[in-house]
Design a protein around this ligand. Sequence first.
Ligand code: NI
Length: 256
Amino acid sequence: MKLDIFDSHAHYDDEAFNEDREQVIREIAEVGVIGVLNCGSSIEGARMSLKLAEEKAMFYAAVGIHPEYADSVNDGMLKEISNMARSNKVKAIGEIGLDYYYEENPSREVQREAFRKQMKLAEELSLPVVIHDRDAHEDTLNIIREFPAVRGVVHCFSGSTEFARECLKAGYYIGVTGVVTFKNAKKIVEVVKDVPLNRLLVETDCPYMAPVPFRGKRNRSDYIVHILEVMADIKGLTVEEMCKYTVQNVGDLLNL
Ligand code: NI
């Protein structure tokens, strides 16, 4: 079965693709991937996301600094991100947000400051945002509410149904990864059940988060079919219908 898949969150700039990046990108296009939003994590990642987007028709870029690198954010970097956003292939600011999971990450205060600065940039540039939120649901919600004009996606969504509803109210989409295919997945299944069809996105977060039956392997955008199968099942739709909704949604969010 060949579906027209749009991967709303990928990292093909990651070194996991250094050996065969071009080949993988050719292969995913051949089997039906029609779009990829490549998300920068560091400034180097943002530059490479832009380069990929400028070289490849089906690639688009999100540029921004991940909370893991929040302590690197300075005015010069924000200026560079804002310059990159002049390209018509840059469709979002991201990935930005909060990650309270890892002890070694920059302090919460530093993360919040970098997050707010980049939310402000997105507001000024009228671009949507790609949000990374790990173990920081409450602070994430508080900060996105400070910027009511900004829309976006909470990627690799890991919160409860209640949290998802608050994100929807704030105008955000819910990004679903391979986690939904895992045997122990409960929360995200409930979230997919609850979230309206016009607010769900699919993503790999590749090279990470490969869905079953590729769990633990290097992920790639064509594996999204396995995520769509599970979501279609939850929603009582065909895989083709589910796929169509997600492509429509990412187009709406990114103004494609
Ligand atoms: Ni990511």
